[in-house]
Write a protein that binds this ligand. Structure first.
Ligand SMILES: CC(C)(COP(=O)(O)OP(=O)(O)OC[C@H]1O[C@@H](n2cnc3c(N)ncnc32)[C@H](O)[C@@H]1OP(=O)(O)O)[C@@H](O)C(=O)NCCC(=O)NCCS
Length: 183
């Protein structure tokens, strides 16, 4: 598997063991984890393990989150992309076996429209290359940026559900609705 997608300002590529420094910077930041259950990682090995976990998904599930790189600087922004949720512990809103769209960036890269830009490319890949029928998304109700992105890229609000200690919004976009908005 050798993903490489380019948008105007970003490269989305498979995440590599050499991204461990960037992944640790991302996942050790409490601000990043504010709406993710408040469990930032403490040691670099945890970032190494996450990378191995994602790379295992590429092999076993044919997809996983991608490293997101800023073209102008070559900097590791974070990750974005699709995840195929299969296991019971990945169950969300009572669902199993679904693709969700997600993103997690280092704060110095926030506010530039990068999550929106990468997510539009991810939807295109998911619907047109992988032929996924429905892509789901979830965001804690207070996570304004994430809710805004999901709505902006065309996902429809479905319901609220309990997530960790809070409440999250559940969204979906069907391939036929995506194609209609693109035509
Ligand atoms: C969510 C995240 C990836 C957004 O990245 P980003 O590149 O800054 O997002 P974008 O710039 O593409 O879009 C964010 C939108 O939310 C808006 N926004 C952000 N914070 C906001 C706030 N507090 N109030 C109102 N609008 C806000 C921005 O203005 C922008 O909307 P616009 O394009 O209409 O101006 C980033 O904040 C992040 O990594 N957060 C931590 C991880 C996380 O929460 N991931 C999502 C889990 S569901």
């Amino acid at each position: 598997m050798n993903f490489h997608i380019e948008t105007e300002r970003l490269i989305l590529r498979e995440i590599l063991p050499s991204d461990a420094k960037g992944m640790f910077e991302l996942d050790s930041n409490p601000i990043v984890h504010k709406y993710l259950g408040n469990k930032p990682v403490k040691i670099k090995q945890q970032a190494v393990d996450v990378i191995q976990f994602i790379r295992k998904q590429y092999k076993e599930r044919g997809i996983g989150r991608w490293a997101t790189i800023e073209k102008s600087s070559g900097g590791f922004v974070g990750w974005s992309g699709l995840k195929l949720n299969l296991d019971k512990k990945e169950e969300l809103n009572g669902r199993r076996n679904f693709y969700d769209i997600g993103y997690r960036f280092i704060p110095r890269f926030w506010g530039k429209g990068y999550a929106t830009e990468s997510s539009l490319a991810v939807l295109d890949y998911g619907f047109n290359d992988l032929n996924i029928k429905t892509i789901f998304g979830a965001a804690e109700i207070d996570n304004i940026a994430s809710n805004k992105i999901l709505q902006k890229i065309g996902l429809q609000f479905i319901n609220e559900f309990r997530f960790e200690d809070g409440i999250a919004n559940w969204y979906e976009l069907k391939k036929e609705d995506y194609e209609q908005t693109m035509s």
